[in-house]
Structures are given as structure tokens and as C-alpha cells.
Design a binder for this molecule. Structure first.
Ligand SMILES: NC(=O)c1ccc[n+]([C@@H]2O[C@H](COP(=O)([O-])OP(=O)(O)OC[C@H]3O[C@@H](n4cnc5c(N)ncnc54)[C@H](O)[C@@H]3O)[C@@H](O)[C@H]2O)c1
Ligand SMILES: [Zn+2]
Ligand SMILES: [Zn+2]
Length: 368
């Protein structure tokens, strides 16, 4: 017997989100039925909705869900009905990278989270009048009043955890924080550059403030975002519409360069400028996602001084470990992500999309 619910369905590329009645399959042994309380909106949802990624449409997106467990499959012991949970990406749990504690690099990652739209065995989790919809997005498809989530997407939080504040931990926040804490691991006195002061970049700035890095340079082209970056921990800002980044970094670092770069704009010239700005032994982390097939050139001799360029998915986070830590930091006020969030009713999802596209909202969170 399936569960009836209302989802924000993307009918085809570019049509936007429209509420529609759908049916969820019954939980399989390793699945959890969740009643959504809140869900963050991320650029990856928008990219799929406009057809930039080949996810099967019509479909249901959403990958920063937060809610209450209503039912669990027979093999689920990590949560029980009534538990409050955050939803994040899924993974197989069995491949070499999963066993090694790096589920964001799971062998099944792309199909299970981003492109497949179905369970691993090819069955649909969401249907509408017998028509199969694309679902299982990041193991959740949480733009719906109820979601059928993979147990590995589900992280239990406390009964009093403020879900409408915590929803974005599942993607944007853990990505920015993980770039700093899991990859750059700044040494005392390190200098970091964060390109892009959006949801991911500002999360990196806040994470850097909780590290021994002493100089944090935020880069954007929107003055209001740079001002917010300063309030959240950036020691310096660079507006690329009026200042040359290379010159600014040279001035701020006495010509030495920066120890770490978190590139979240997806703009290739900024990525190149970030790599060029690295000090010897510095690392540039690629987080922003440009169009498929995009390439960047590097000066090979510049790289010889121990410089590293690395890509990053979801902060390389082990969600069951990192998300509870983030919950603790947010609820104790040390990671003030409320400064990034604007709330919208679920039925106003299209307004949230417009506001994030225009840059007016940094991190929309839908409430149900
Ligand atoms: N790798 C991952 O796992 C992962 C996870 C989440 C998001 N992402 C990607 O990270 C990127 C950032 O996400 P977000 O939610 O922070 O987006 P966002 O739009 O909120 O932030 C991007 C910021 O970059 C700035 N920017 C863009 N081009 C610029 C330029 N040429 N010069 C200066 N500033 C510029 C924008 O003004 C904006 O403030 C997106 O591409 C998203 O798809 C990747
Ligand atoms: Zn995301
Ligand atoms: Zn795996």
C-alpha cells in the first residue's frame, strides 16, 4: 500500500516546480519514510531543473531534507518512528571508499544520488497515476511533504533540534565546512582564500573562523555578500568587479600567496586565479561546478613547488560523524548559518527559486 503525498514536480527541463499529488512506494528493508518539516534549496536542484544534468524528468528533487520518521524498513535500526532526522547524500556502504570512511566517493555515487532517479535495482520510489517519476535524488527527493529515504541518507538528531534551521547541513554547509576541516586542515597562522560568498563559500568562511587560520580572504562581486562574509569571519574581502585578485592577494600576503583556496563560484578564470595565488605547498579545492566538460589550464612549473589542486564532493564528509558536530556548532551559536537562511512556505518554492537565481536569497529553506 503506497503513501500519498504532495511533491514539487519538475515536469521537464526549464518548466520549474509545480505541486502535484504523487505516490511513494512502501519502505524497503533499508528505507525510511520521513515527514518533511523543512528542506533547503541548493544550486544542484536548480541545475537539474533546467536540464543541465541528465536526471530523468518528470521528477522530484530536493537533497537538504529535515523531518520526522514515520516508518522504517525491517532492517533499519539507526532510527525509529518519531525520531527527528536530517537527510543527506546516500552511498552503498560496501565499496572501498565507503569502507574507508569516504562515502562521498562511493562507487555508486553519481547514479545513486544525482543521475539515476531510481533505486540501485532500477525500481522507482515515486509514481503518479502509474507513471514512474524520477526520484531517489540524493537518496531522498525531499521537495515533498513525505519522502522515502535511504537509511544511509538519514542522520538522527535530537528531539528538540530546530529542523528549519538545520536542513542545509545536508549539502551546502557540510560542503563548505568540509573543504576547510577535511581537506585544507589549516595550520596555525594559515592564510585562506574563499572564492564565492554564497551558501557554500560563507560556510567555508565560518568553518575557517573555527580553525587556527588567521587570515581569511573572501572574494565575490556582490558587495552585500562580502559585507556578510566579514561579519561571519572573513578578515579581508576582494570585490572582483573593482580589484584585480592577483594584485590583492600579493598585497595581503606580502607576495607569498595563500595556503589554501576554496573555489565555489564555478567560474574558470577565478579557479585559475586561485591556483595562481597559492603559496608553495598550498592547496586549491574545487567545489563550484561549471558546465560538464569545462577545463582549466595550469602553469606546470608553478605546480612544482608542492602545490595541489583537488576536487571535492560534499565536503568529503562521513555524514554520521560530521553532521552531529555541525548540529552542535549551529545550536550553540558558533556556526551562525541562520545568517544565510530565508524561509519560504513549500508552496512558494518557485518564489524561492527566483530569489536564489536573482541572488536576493542565499539559502532558501522551505517549510512544510
Ligand atoms: N562539490 C560539491 O559537492 C558541491 C556541493 C554543493 C554545491 N556545489 C556547487 O558549489 C557552487 C556554489 O554553491 P552556492 O550554493 O554557494 O552558490 P551561490 O550562488 O550561493 O554562491 C556563488 C557565489 O559566487 C559568486 N560569483 C560567481 N561568479 C563570480 C565571479 N566571476 N567573481 C566573483 N564572484 C562570483 C556569486 O556572486 C555568489 O555569491 C555551485 O556551483 C554548486 O553547484 C558543489
Ligand atoms: Zn547541494
Ligand atoms: Zn560505496
Amino acid at each position: 500500500m503506497s503513501t500519498l503525498t504532495t511533491a514539487a514536480v519538475v515536469e521537464s527541463a526549464g518548466t520549474g516546480f509545480a505541486l502535484s499529488d504523487v505516490e511513494l512506494d512502501d519502505p524497503r528493508p533499508d528505507e525510511v519514510l520521513v515527514r518533511l518539516v523543512a528542506a533547503g534549496l541548493c544550486h544542484t536542484d536548480l541545475g537539474v531543473a533546467v536540464g543541465a544534468l541528465p536526471f530523468p524528468l518528470p521528477g522530484v528533487l530536493g537533497h537538504e531534507g529535515a523531518g520526522v520518521v514515520e516508518a522504517v524498513g525491517s532492517a533499519v535500526s539507526s532510527v525509529a518512528p518519531g525520531d527527528q532526522v536530517l537527510l543527506s547524500f546516500t552511498s552503498c556502504g560496501n565499496c572501498a571508499n565507503c569502507r574507508d570512511g569516504h562515502p562521498a566517493y562511493c562507487a555508486t555515487w553519481l547514479s545513486a544520488n544525482l543521475l539515476g532517479g531510481r533505486r540501485a535495482d532500477g525500481t522507482a520510489t515515486i509514481t503518479r497515476n502509474v507513471q514512474e517519476l524520477g526520484g531517489h535524488f540524493f537518496g531522498q527527493s525531499s521537495f515533498a511533504r513525505r519522502a522515502l529515504a535511504d537509511a544511509r541518507s538519514v542522520v538522527k538528531v535530537g528531539a528538540d533540534a530546530p529542523l528549519d534551521l538545520l536542513a542545509p547541513l545536508g549539502c551546502g554547509v557540510q560542503t563548505g565546512a568540509g573543504a576547510v576541516w577535511n581537506i585544507l586542515k589549516p595550520r596555525p597562522g594559515a592564510t585562506l582564500l574563499v572564492a564565492g560568498a554564497g551558501a557554500v563559500g560563507l560556510s567555508a568562511v565560518m568553518a575557517a573562523r573555527l580553525s587556527p587560520a588567521t587570515t581569511v580572504i573572501a572574494v565575490d562581486r556582490v558587495p552585500a555578500r562580502l559585507k556578510l562574509a566579514e561579519e561571519l569571519g572573513a578578515t579581508h574581502t576582494v570585490d572582483t568587479t573593482e580589484t584585480d585578485l592577483a594584485e590583492a592577494v600579493a598585497n595581503l600576503t606580502g607576495g607569498r600567496g595563500v595556503d589554501g583556496v576554496v573555489e565555489t563560484t564555478g567560474a574558470i578564470p577565478l579557479l585559475r586565479a586561485g591556483i595562481d595565488a597559492l603559496a608553495a605547498r598550498g592547496t586549491a579545492v574545487i567545489v563550484g561546478a561549471p558546465a560538464f566538460g569545462a577545463e582549466v589550464a595550469v602553469d606546470v612549473n608553478h605546480m612544482l613547488a608542492g602545490r595541489t589542486v583537488t576536487g571535492l564532493t560534499l565536503g568529503d564528509s562521513e555524514t554520521q560523524t560530521l553532521i552531529p558536530v555541525l548540529v552542535d556548532l549551529v545550536t550553540s551559536g558558533r556556526l551562525p548559518i541562520d545568517r544565510l537562511i530565508r524561509h519560504y512556505l513549500f508552496e512558494d518554492i518557485q518564489q524561492a527559486v527566483e530569489d536564489v537565481v536573482s541572488g536576493e536569497a542565499i539559502k532558501p529553506v522551505l517549510t512544510f
